[in-house]
Design a protein around this ligand. Structure first.
Ligand SMILES: NC(=O)c1ccc[n+]([C@@H]2O[C@H](COP(=O)([O-])OP(=O)(O)OC[C@H]3O[C@@H](n4cnc5c(N)ncnc54)[C@H](O)[C@@H]3O)[C@@H](O)[C@H]2O)c1
Length: 263
């Protein structure tokens, strides 16, 4: 199995991309820490993993709390003694389609706190554990919203652009520790976050939430497709991925397929 003997922490593991990634990692042989504020969702992810014979622990973690993040790392250290991969999926999007002069500062703070500060805190404390064995992979989930433009939310765009800038600095800083850093821009996925945004935008425009979701659903990726890319990046074939910014695309899928065939 491609992630045999690896230990991974996945934030946001109760739902969407984090859930799909946790299940995929455990199914590929990794021991997984599922970290989320959503206890019932996180415990469900762990249950699904254990039913299939995988190894997982849920740790209630609010990524905006440094104490919670320290506890999450301590659980990984206590249970599995090391950390090979951190995947930061925890994220929120508030106030879509709200012009900046109407955007509430409280919503701005919430989004920046979870998406940007939360990513910083998880990376900060993960590096101290990865540094003890001089290896690791950090996959930071950003969004095209923050790098390519076109977001429905100014705070979401700013937070994800911030994650990208953070990642560019980290990649060089952590190279001497043999820690590889990638900022991932996933394609649009059918998750709670995305479907809620589609529904909210439709309602704001006086339309139907259900109709809008139904119309857009066929164009959205399943989170499992992105989870496969995140699995390849942590597996041995991922070592050839040297770019910091990875945009989910057919090209990346092809690179990994070619490598699998030749290995
Ligand atoms: N869905 C998309 O189209 C899309 C596209 C690009 C990027 N992303 C990013 O992918 C990541 C995963 O999102 P998703 O689409 O799976 O959404 P989701 O809503 O299904 O999952 C997000 C998870 O983050 C958790 N979370 C929220 N605040 C938290 C906190 N303070 N501490 C810990 N956990 C917290 C939620 O409980 C939830 O389980 C996010 O960072 C999102 O911005 C999503």
């Amino acid at each position: 199995m491609v992630l045999e003997n690896k230990v991974a922490i996945i934030t946001g593991g109760a739902s969407g991309l984090g859930e799909a990634t946790a299940i995929r990692y455990a199914g590929s042989g990794a021991s997984v820490i599922v970290a989320d504020t959503n206890t019932s969702g996180g415990e469900k992810t762990v249950e699904l993993i254990r039913e299939k014979g995988g190894t997982a622990e849920f740790v209630h973690t609010d990524v905006t709390s440094e104490n919670d993040v320290i506890n999450m790392i301590n659980v990984a250290k206590g249970k599995f003694a090391k950390l090979d991969a951190l995947v930061t999926c925890a994220g929120i999007l508030l106030s879509p389609n709200t012009r900046v002069d109407q955007f509430e500062a409280t919503d701005w703070d919430k989004v920046i706190d979870v998406n940007l500060k939360g990513t910083f805190l998880c990376v900060k404390h993960a590096v101290s554990l990865m540094g003890q064995h001089d290896s690791g992979v950090i996959l930071m989930i950003a969004s095209g919203a923050g790098v390519l433009g076109g977001s429905s939310s100014v705070a979401y765009a700013a937070s994800k652009g911030g994650v990208y800038g953070f990642g560019l600095t980290l990649a060089g800083q952590l190279k001497p520790l043999n820690i590889r850093v990638h900022v991932i821009l996933p394609g649009n996925m059918a998750t709670t976050l995305k479907l809620n945004v589609i529904g909210e935008i439709a309602e704001k425009a006086g339309g139907s939430r259900q109709e809008a979701i139904k119309a857009q659903l066929p164009s959205l990726l399943k989170p499992e497709v992105t989870a496969e890319l995140l699995t390849n990046l942590v597996s041995d074939i991922g070592t050839s991925a040297q770019d910091t910014l990875l945009i989910q695309s057919a090209a990346w899928t092809k690179i990994f397929e070619d490598q699998k065939r030749s290995s």
